[in-house]
Design a protein around this ligand. Structure first.
Ligand SMILES: [Zn+2]
Length: 172
């Protein structure tokens, strides 16, 4: 008589492993926890640092190793940071900067993540932003619409590159 393999049973009883958070990298959304992507990036920066350490170490000895590692890691980190900043800037030029216009009461502003008057919320799986007055807004491309209590959207503002946020006159 065959004994039941126990692998399944023990696996099922194992506590869940540390979760890797892969939340949407929506600009301005603060995330908790370190993402897998961030871990991979740090590993890549260190790998570039180690490569640079070998390269300079062979040529210049101990100081070459130390300097090469520091310059390689920090350099790759900085260049990646600049790259990300440029991408963010380009996206902002296309879809709006700041991401949300001043609210319909004229009081709330979208600023850098912790200081913004807008808070992101989940609305039936869609990402919406609610200003301090309590008005919910939803963004589609370069359009920002007000979310009505009945779930319908009302055009509010549209982003015009080089001209900024303008009243969205469509559908009125
Ligand atoms: Zn407001």
């Amino acid at each position: 008589m065959k004994s039941q393999p126990t692998a399944f049973a023990t696996k099922r009883n194992e506590p869940p492993r540390n979760k890797v958070y892969l939340t949407s990298n929506h600009m301005g959304v603060s995330r908790s926890g370190v993402t897998l992507i961030e871990l991979l990036l740090v590993a890549a920066f260190l790998a570039i640092g180690i490569k640079a350490a070998y390269y300079f170490g062979i040529k210049h000895g101990t100081m070459g190793y130390v300097g090469g590692f520091l310059i390689g890691s920090a350099g790759s980190f900085l260049s990646f940071g600049c790259f990300g900043y440029c991408i963010g800037f380009l996206i902002g030029m296309i879809t709006g900067f700041p991401e949300y216009p001043t609210c319909s009461n004229g009081t709330c502003q979208d600023r850098e993540a912790p200081d913004s008057d807008y808070r992101y919320e989940d609305y039936n799986g869609a990402l919406i932003a609610r200003c301090k007055c309590g008005t919910p807004y939803i963004k589609r491309g370069r359009r920002v619409m007000q979310l009505q209590p009945n779930g319908e959207t009302k055009p509010y503002m549209i982003w015009k590159p080089l001209r900024g946020w303008r009243r969205d006159e469509t559908g009125n």
